[in-house]
Design a protein around this ligand. Structure first.
Ligand code: AMP
Length: 562
């Protein structure tokens, strides 16, 4: 039988493991420790939490470091909780090694205190990526002397958008003798990182390893671009117990959708780059303790956020990068829970789903956008379930029962239920009474089966299937003094002008966006409605000017602009 002593670790560490009641090494420890003790071999350990992986790298790390007081080893992990847990275990292991210092550095805590701790010269620093980069930039930590880098829960770190930070750390540890990477899954991005920064790593697998996170159900709904917002609302309404993150491409979208949903009574706040650290912490605090049900964020703003128990991730728009999709969806379905990642797509984006399926080795499920009736039924039963599970054990309800019984003597149980439902649902039912079908119904099945190439061609030729203005297809060209400098993307701009004008996307031709201005091709019959709806209105305190570019006073596009 293998023992810790037999694995060759320092006698002081053996004593500590005995004190902790560890009798025999676990599978990952038995296989990893002999390799890691050399200190010179790169290593990949595929193991989940609970397998004893912290001791698998922690014991060898304490074994190989020298008494000199300067950072020699760096353990990088995704979250503050894990960071503290690792330090706690290392502290227990180093019980008989009084000269060894271990310091934790992570976001959301005083950086001043952490800088003071680092000044004491710990041999091991356990860090989350964001805070570590911050400390490097402040020159509070010197990576020059780092010999060992451990990446713990590497897949989670990549899921949370820390890939660039990890690469930065690996690039800036010139004396790195070996890199030890631990991960529960082995997605292609981790392979890429290991190929780039590790030399013939020894690889050990404990238990089953997935390439993609199978605990996430990837779903999508197909709608028209101008129905995105309504579709989002319907998805939220159809999932009354949702605790989710919605991703948008731009901060303007995040902010506007958040404001609009808040006005409509939803429990949501936005996380975007314009918030101060204090505001950001406040929003995150509310979301974390579930006093906020929904968070809407851009990828940049959501970088590194770590919240347990997310039920849904919603892509308001699909990201361009498959990697970004993986980061987003990885926020749900964690720690053994099931999660759902929903994407709202329009028919021209279906080929992108194919790409994601291929690269991520996952499968998308197309669902019909629920009808108003579906939503009402779902809400109704959710409410009734809540009613049934209400805790009545503490209130002084018994006192009132005789009076209530008298008051309701003539009302049947069914009527009481109906009345309760009416009070709760009146507004809701009215809203959904004539709700339109938001599903994009034409041709979508055929398009989802298109080859990626067909799809790409169609996407590249945006507007190919519409009449071309220059060929005299009955289109007008409108000038508007809004452009990318106003924070618009083509998709968000399109949505903005359609929302404002209440027109359908089909009336539009090509849209040409510049920094300060844009030109919009639009069917002649719809041009005036668009102008009436936008011209003279305010956008972020600026007056919108829109007119017919060919007959009105708008600046004509310069040669090469259109
Ligand atoms: P980890 O996978 O590192 O999160 O470890 C899971 C738990 O197993 C921790 O509470 C460790 O203290 C414990 N543990 C680690 N190695 C052993 C061992 N060889 N024998 C018994 N318990 C262990």
């Amino acid at each position: 039988m293998t023992t810790f002593e037999g694995l060759g670790i320092d006698e002081r560490l053996v004593r500590a493991t005995t004190d902790l009641g560890f009798e025999t090494p676990t599978a990952i420890q038995e296989q990893a420790i002999p390799i890691l003790l050399s200190g010179t071999r790169d290593f990949i350990g595929l193991a989940q939490t609970g397998t004893g992986k912290t001791a698998a790298f922690g014991l060898p790390l304490l074994h190989v470091i020298q008494p000199q007081r300067h950072p020699q080893a760096l353990v990088v992990c995704p979250t503050r909780e894990l960071c503290l847990q690792i330090v706690k275990e290392l502290d227990l292991f180093k019980k008989y090694m009084p000269g060894v210092g271990v310091v934790a550095v992570y976001g959301g805590a005083s950086i001043g205190l952490q800088i003071r701790d680092l000044k004491k010269g710990p041999q091991i620093v356990v860090a989350t990526p964001g805070r570590l980069i911050d400390l490097i930039e402040r020159k509070a930590i010197d990576l020059e002397q780092i010999e060992y880098v451990v990446l713990d829960e590497a897949d989670e770190m990549l899921n949370m958008g820390f890939q660039d930070d990890i690469e930065f750390i690996l690039k800036n540890t010139p004396k790195r003798e070996s890199t030890w990477l631990f991960s529960a899954t082995m997605p292609p991005e981790i392979r890429k990182v290991s190929r780039k920064y590790m030399k013939e790593p020894a690889e050990v697998t404990v238990g089953k390893v997935n390439t993609a996170n199978k605990s996430i159900d990837h779903q999508f709904y197909v709608t028209s671009a101008h129905n995105r917002y309504e579709t989002l609302k319907r998805i939220i309404d159809f999932n009354p117990g949702i605790y989710g993150i919605i991703f948008t491409r731009t901060k303007i979208d995040a902010q506007e959708i958040s404001e609009r949903l808040t006005r409509e009574g939803y429990d949501i706040d936005a996380l975007h780059g314009d918030l101060t650290q204090g505001q950001r912490d406040k929003v995150m605090g509310q979301f974390r303790d579930k006093s906020l049900q929904l968070l809407i964020a851009t990828d940049v703003a959501a970088r590194g956020i770590d919240v347990q128990g997310i039920t849904h991730v919603i892509n308001y728009e699909l990201p361009d990068d498959v990697e970004v999709y993986t980061h987003r969806s990885g926020r749900t379905g964690r720690a053994g829970n099931q999660g759902i990642c929903i994407s709202i797509v329009h028919s021209k984006e279906l080929y992108k789903l194919k790409q994601i399926e291929r690269i991520n080795n996952s499968k998308f499920h197309k669902l019909d956008i629920p009808s108003g009736k579906d939503v009402c039924r779902k809400q109704f039963f959710h409410f009734m379930d809540k009613l049934l599970s209400a805790d009545i054990s503490h209130g002084d309800y018994e006192t009132y029962v005789p009076m209530l019984a008298e008051k309701f003597a003539e009302v049947s149980k069914e009527d009481v239920l109906k009345r309760v439902a009416a009070m709760e649902f009146d507004r809701f039912l009215k809203y959904y009474e004539h709700a339109e079908d938001l599903n994009f119904r034409e041709k979508n099945r055929r398009e989802f089966n298109d080859s990626p190439d067909q799809g790409r061609k169609r996407d590249a030729g945006r507007g190919d299937n519409r009449k071309d203005y220059r060929k005299g297809g009955g289109y007008s060209r409108l000038f508007v003094n809004l452009g990318t400098k106003d924070g618009f993307y083509k998709a968000s701009f399109l949505q903005f002008i359609l929302d404002m004008s209440d027109l359908k996307k089909e009336v539009l031709g090509k849209i040409d966006m510049k920094d300060m201005n844009s030109w919009i091709e639009i069917e002649k019959g719809a041009a005036q409605q668009m102008i009436r709806s936008l011209d003279g209105k305010n956008y972020k305190g600026r007056r919108i000017r829109m007119n017919d570019a060919d007959t009105g006073g708008g600046r004509k596009p310069r040669k090469g602009e259109a």
